[in-house]
Design a protein around this ligand. Structure first.
Ligand SMILES: Cc1ncc(COP(=O)(O)O)c(C=O)c1O
Length: 384
């Protein structure tokens, strides 16, 4: 008999594969092994599958297929977008603007480039995690090459005003990149509507496998390569294509596109049930929402529990509920996430922050059970 698994409320960390994605991938695991660059039936078959996936990914974000380049995931897409943009300018313009709540796959790249002589401006966020367009406008300079601001935050789910930020960027003569690893598949992402030049996708956040992703590069944008090798992916990203996972990403994108409205309704309903259930079971004033109450991913609930150490609580219940802590409490200090720090969440609340993220497979029963487990364990810790 299979052991009872903990209730999974960590879909922002990663998602399982759906049955349809597994089925689409299976023939490429079992029999279709041709190299897409080979000019014979084996190669032509896998080449066709890669091109179909490219159209499916493009369809999800309203891009053209030739604007989609497959990568190994969100991290590579972000690295390429940022480093490639700087390299494309050949050192004439080397100012990057980013935000204080980016994923390390953006901040670490910017830090690396700063060591190489680039100038990096980091925009602050308000207490709900939003970047101000006015701050961006003030920061843009003639030598600004690229602005990189994420679409949705992975910890608190706050959505950024990308359309406005991209318009200001273009008025200032720079390029706009957004890390959409968390929003694609959970929230409408339309590159034409957003007006972005570059956009990163991570497969494993939308029910495709880990280790595959894509970078949208708007037609007409010259982005320098950051890897060198053979001429795959229109001579932009070398390496034999990860056909199996690209097919999975294509199928997952197709499904996400078809089901987006229904998915969003389900996610929001599960997320809100969790929030109201926890709120109803605990004394007033014992929880606090981190992130924007409305402009937020429909699946993300970042809650702080008063006087609770999030990691201690999660360890205590980790055989029953899987979620993520926003701070790590050590014997002599508390290490708060950079996102909560940037939002100015007070330490007494930050140390009790937990990110719950629901997914397509989350059920009402799971939420009811999670509420009971959480609140019965939190109750004795409150206001001690
Ligand atoms: C916002 C964001 N960007 C980038 C990444 C990295 O993506 P990948 O794991 O595919 O490299 C993640 C994954 O946690 C993420 O949440």
């Amino acid at each position: 008999m299979e052991l009872q698994k903990p209730i999974y409320l960590d879909y922002n960390a990663t998602t399982p594969l759906t049955a349809n994605v597994i089925e689409a991938m299976r023939p490429f695991l079992e029999k279709h092994y041709g190299n897409p660059s080979s000019d014979h039936p084996y190669g032509r078959l896998t080449k066709k599958a890669v091109e179909k996936a490219r159209s499916q990914v493009a369809g999800l974000i309203n891009a053209s297929p030739e604007e989609i380049i497959f990568t190994s995931g969100g991290t590579e897409s972000n690295n390429w977008a940022i480093r490639g943009s700087i390299q494309s300018c050949g050192g004439h313009r080397n100012h990057i603007i980013t935000s204080a709540v980016e994923h390390p796959a953006v901040t670490e790249v910017c830090q690396f480039l700063a060591l190489q002589g680039c100038e990096v401006t980091t925009l602050p966020v308000d207490p709900q995690g939003k970047v101000s367009p006015n701050d961006l406008e003030a920061a843009i300079r003639p030598e600004t090459t690229l602005i990189s601001v994420m679409h949705a935050n992975n910890e608190v789910g706050t959505l950024q005003p990308i359309k406005e930020l991209a318009a200001l960027t273009h008025a200032g003569g720079a390029l706009f990149h957004t890390d959409a690893a968390q929003s694609v598949g959970k929230y409408p992402v339309n590159v034409k509507d957003l007006g972005v030049d570059l956009l990163s996708i991570a497969g494993h956040k939308l029910y495709a496998p880990k280790g595959v992703g894509a970078l949208y590069i708007r037609n007409g944008i010259e982005l320098e390569k950051i890897m060198f090798g053979a001429g795959q992916e229109d001579n932009r990203r070398p390496g034999t294509e990860n056909v199996l996972e690209i097919v999975g990403l294509g199928k997952a994108s197709h499904q996400a596109h078809q089901d987006l409205e229904e998915t969003m309704r389900h996610l929001k309903s599960m997320r809100d049930q969790l929030h109201t259930g926890i709120e109803a079971a605990l004394e007033a004033g014992s929880i606090r929402l981190n992130g924007h109450p409305q402009d937020r991913l429909p699946n993300t609930l970042n809650l702080s529990f008063n006087n609770v150490e999030a990691d201690t609580l999660l360890k205590k219940i980790d055989d029953r509920v899987a979620a993520s802590a926003g701070a790590a409490c050590h014997a002599d200090r508390v290490q708060v996430s950079s996102v909560l720090t940037a939002m100015g969440v007070p330490l007494e609340w930050a140390k009790g922050a937990i990110r719950f993220s629901v997914g397509r497979m989350t059920t009402r029963e799971e939420i009811d059970q999670a509420i009971a487990i959480l609140t019965s364990n939190v109750q004795p810790m409150l206001f001690i």
